[in-house]
Design a binder for this molecule. Structure first.
Ligand SMILES: *[C@@H]1O[C@H](CO)[C@@H](O)[C@H](O)[C@H]1NC(C)=O
Ligand SMILES: *[C@@H]1O[C@H](CO)[C@@H](O)[C@H](O)[C@H]1NC(C)=O
Ligand SMILES: *[C@@H]1O[C@H](CO)[C@@H](O)[C@H](O)[C@H]1NC(C)=O
Ligand SMILES: *[C@@H]1O[C@H](CO)[C@@H](O)[C@H](O)[C@H]1NC(C)=O
Ligand SMILES: *[C@@H]1O[C@H](CO)[C@@H](O)[C@H](O)[C@H]1NC(C)=O
Length: 264
């Protein structure tokens, strides 16, 4: 079935080597690791694994006001992502640090996505993902498929979906719906119920790190290809107009190719 999916031109993958695709996905994994580690324990990749990534200090990092159990889960996801980065570095037989992109982890950037979802210039008070466990969990889920165990816990999910997100009157279900709509709209490639980064699979597929790595057969039918991902994470709906989570764009040859060929 996956092989029969026909992509419109703006939704097609860019032809590139596996190595360039992997390096492209490094940008996302670095974001995920920095975001989770800095929000949970206030330490970046460099504090965990010096020399793995070399890049500018992220903008707007903040410790999240979350429960201790959520903090442990988020820290663990951050550490696991550092492990993935290290494993990929070994596979690529690279002795040099991965060049890291400029990241923007600030609450304002996330608020921008939520504002777009509610069609307002700003919610009152402005949305702050770091304010509580519910808000933070939403962002975590949007950035990756958070945790298979949590996602499969329907009891948790049902209860949570009806919960209002403090200090607002809307529920988690509505917020998730609004942000999914924004992500799908910015991506411009239809409705997909998927985070941006798929975690390592267990078993035969465990070398997959991201939707953009070839061979990720299980999620091919819903894969977000490179330009779609850029349109979303930039928050601009335009793969050659950086902003949002990556104010200076991505690092790597594949991104440069997209810029040079003006593949917005
Ligand atoms: C931190 O979270 C707790 C529990 O959700 C909440 O009562 C408190 O107001 C939050 N603190 C800040 C500064 O947002
Ligand atoms: C599922 O969620 C419920 C409600 O939060 C919780 O009590 C239960 O321990 C969770 N189960 C698992 C397997 O995480
Ligand atoms: C959001 O909710 C609307 C109205 O219920 C529904 O039509 C739409 O499919 C939902 N969007 C997503 C992405 O879940
Ligand atoms: C998957 O990961 C396990 C544990 O790290 C490893 O032993 C196994 O060889 C891996 N399988 C593949 C196909 O890479
Ligand atoms: C995308 O951004 C580039 C560079 O900022 C601009 O030249 C181009 O016209 C934009 N494309 C679309 C479709 O808006």
């Amino acid at each position: 079935m996956a092989n029969t999916v026909i992509h419109t031109p703006q939704c097609r993958p860019v032809a590139a080597s596996s190595k360039d695709k992997i390096l492209f996905s490094m940008n996302l994994l670095i974001y995920k690791a920095e975001f989770f580690l800095r929000a949970s324990v206030g330490v970046g990749i460099n504090g965990i694994s010096p020399g793995l990534v070399q890049g500018p200090v992220p903008i707007g990092a903040t410790l999240a006001n979350i429960t201790n159990s959520a903090r442990r889960v988020i820290e663990e996801l951050g550490l696991a992502t550092v492990g993935h980065l290290r494993a990929i570095k070994q596979v690529l037989r690279s002795n040099l640090p991965f060049p890291g992109p400029q990241l923007d982890l600030s609450a304002q950037v996330f608020a921008g996505f939520v504002n777009l979802g509610f069609n307002v210039s700003t919610l009152s008070p402005p949305f702050n993902i770091y304010a509580n466990t519910l808000s933070f969990g939403l962002a975590a889920e949007a950035i990756c498929i958070y945790s298979t165990i949590l996602r499969r816990n329907y009891t948790f999910d049902r209860r949570r979906r009806a919960t209002t997100v403090p200090p607002y009157t809307f529920t988690m279900a509505e917020l998730t719906n609004r942000t999914s709509e924004v992500v799908n709209r910015l991506g411009g490639c239809g409705v997909k119920d998927e985070g941006l980064i798929v975690p390592f699979q267990l078993g035969a597929e465990n070398r997959s790190t991201s939707n953009v790595v070839p061979g990720d057969v299980n999620s091919l039918a819903h894969a977000r290809f490179e330009r779609e991902i850029l349109r979303i994470v930039f928050g601009t709906g335009n793969a050659t107009m950086p902003g949002g989570l990556f104010p200076d764009g991505f690092i790597g040859a594949l991104y440069q190719l997209i810029i040079n060929l003006k593949l917005s």
